[in-house]
Design a protein around this ligand. Structure first.
Ligand SMILES: [Zn+2]
Length: 361
């Protein structure tokens, strides 16, 4: 039985007393196993067709239906449903025609769905794996020997900002994709966390890069740090706006995070002009920074344009839709950035604490 039929069809069945009405939901959604529908049919046949129920009795019946629905979800007895029968708050990408989870107001069912095949499976796993990857790597960095650092505590805090941003971003993301189908309220709350996580990852990525690239120019370093924090917090505030998460605002979302990331162009150009292109590439690791930018920009572009599913509607329902590719590119971008920052850290460690007169590094 489809989700829609729980409220409406449940009521119709009681008032009209027609057992056939029960099949509406099955044709539309078919989220439940057939055995259950047969049981319901038997129940419906027992209802007197001429009996008109009073309002309290109808309410009681609706409550029973809801309990039954929650119980089925609790037991994990649900089937994927097509896009057109989804409630409005679950309709995000109309190029994914089938394979959606029905609304399931049970956290247990949502978390169990991690191990089932549906439109969100790839989205969940890409960032769940990325989350553990950065969590383990972050812990390893924090416990790495102090001898490898010039100022161990300071540098570990700075690198820790990046790991914190990455871990929070990936954690909020896989959690959001897991509980997205719970209910409108839960989906809205977690989508705000998900968007805030992206801003945290971008802010966290700036911190160690600015720290090492402007090591010998503390004043511009501080100014850029303050600017990215202000911009990042602004992005977090904007993403608390309810309409920000709606499909109509997909391009606005892409624009906000693209703008936040691209604000890094100013310190990058500053760095390149003062260091010279060759030095910026060889010592300054600017190539890795550009590769990271390519990963993020490509990911955001695919996300905003919904490529490839727009060209193959219904073919990318489970695998290779734009959101999954975007997720993979976010993890790839963060890995590339970590590599670049590690190289900068190793360079600083090889130099010691002193600053040469002609460089900012
Ligand atoms: Zn996502």
């Amino acid at each position: 039985m489809g989700w829609e039929c729980l409220g409406e069809d449940g009521g119709r069945e009681v008032v009209d007393g027609k057992a056939e009405e029960q099949h509406d939901g099955e044709e539309q959604g078919g989220a439940w196993e057939e055995k259950e529908e047969e049981e319901e049919e038997e129940e419906a046949e027992e209802v007197d067709p001429v009996r008109v129920l009073t309002l309290p009795l109808q309410a009681h019946h609706a409550m029973e239906k809801m309990e039954e629905f929650v119980f089925k979800v609790w037991e994990g007895r649900w089937r994927v449903i097509p896009h057109d029968v989804l409630p409005d708050w679950l309709k995000d990408n109309d190029f994914l025609l089938h394979g959606h989870r029905p609304p399931m107001p049970s956290f247990r069912a949502c978390f169990q769905s991690i191990f089932r095949m549906h439109t969100e499976t790839g989205n969940i796993w890409t960032h769940l794996i990325g989350f553990f990857f950065f969590l383990i790597l972050g812990i390893a960095y924090m416990f790495s020997p102090n001898i490898n650092f010039v100022s161990p505590v300071q540098e570990k805090v700075v690198l820790g900002m990046f790991f914190l941003g990455a871990v929070l971003c990936l954690c909020f993301s896989w959690l959001f994709h897991t509980v997205y189908c719970h209910s409108e309220k839960v989906s809205r709350t977690f989508s705000k966390l998900d968007y805030s996580g992206i801003a945290l990852l971008i802010m966290g990525s700036f911190v160690p890069w600015l720290y090492y690239s402007f090591y010998c120019s503390p004043q511009p370093r501080l100014i850029y740090l303050v600017i990215i924090c202000v911009l990042g917090i602004t992005a977090i505030v904007v993403s608390q706006w309810d309409r920000f998460a709606t499909p109509q605002y997909r391009a606005v979302r892409a624009g906000v995070f693209l703008g936040l990331g691209l604000s890094g162009l100013v310190p990058t150009l500053h760095f390149m002009f003062s260091e010279g292109l060759i030095h910026a590439i060889t010592v300054g690791q600017i190539g890795w920074l550009f590769l990271m930018a390519i990963c993020y920009i490509l990911g955001v572009a695919l996300y905003a344009a919904r490529i490839p599913e727009r060209f193959f509607p219904g073919r990318c329902d489970i695998w290779f839709h734009s959101h999954q590719i975007f997720h993979v590119l976010v993890v790839a971008g963060a890995v590339v950035h970590l590599h670049g920052v590690s190289q900068l850290q190793a360079f600083r460690s090889s130099l010691g604490g002193g600053c040469a007169a002609d460089t900012m590094l």
